[in-house]
Design a protein around this ligand. Sequence first.
Ligand code: ZJS
Length: 234
Amino acid sequence: MTEPICSSGSEERGRALPTSGAAEPALVESSSTLGHRAQAEFAEGFQLLDPVDVPLVAVMGSARTKVGTKEYQRGVEVGAALVAQRFGVMTGGGGGAMAAANEGAHKAGGVSVGLNIKLPFEQRPNRWHRIARLFRYFFVRKVMFVKYSCAFVVLPGGFGSLDELFEMLVLIQTRKVPGRPVVLVGTEFWGGLITWIKETLLAEGMISEEDLDLFHVVDTAEQVAALMPKHAVS
Ligand SMILES: CC(C)=CCNc1ncnc2c1ncn2[C@@H]1O[C@H](COP(=O)(O)O)[C@@H](O)[C@H]1O
């Protein structure tokens, strides 16, 4: 018999469930294991981030951006520009755009945070963050990005970056979190999505006109810095 794709709690109870390890799929564990692990992970995340005493900007972006490319360089510049404005930088701690933003922040002498994720394949943290933790659950880690950031910057990226972007926009749109700058970097890269948002989502009444004000689209690190909340600048 083939394994069911979905399983109910009662089906789970009869089965030996994996207990730990990066290779094991998350969210198929028993409800109680999931609950305990998530609770512990929340507590550890709070412990890590509560003591950070500079305002953090979450910088999202592709795990695949190559070192040495213009895109990588722009990520480095964004990290450095945020530190120049006395923000710390918090990323997903992996390679690509995450490494770029952490590198810029670290080399500029700022606070550089990496919230890594355990994945079923090998995952190396980048070497540019000094405050770090490895998370099992994307959803717990996303709470950290939202709870501990005062602005959200999204460099060009794929599904992961889109997920983080839209999570943030929904939370602001529905007033679950206070508004904050959400900045997409790369007018050319994001242009098609923005056009679709306007010509389909807005035109079909799926969002309101004012929802378009929930995000900005820019091209340079200086423009990102100019959109940040002013309280961090002395
Ligand atoms: C090549 C590959 C899939 C590597 C995955 N390695 C990852 N390491 C750390 N964070 C990640 C990773 N994949 C997705 N994320 C999260 O999703 C975003 C990147 O996803 P993407 O590459 O844009 O879609 C990051 O902001 C990060 O928070």
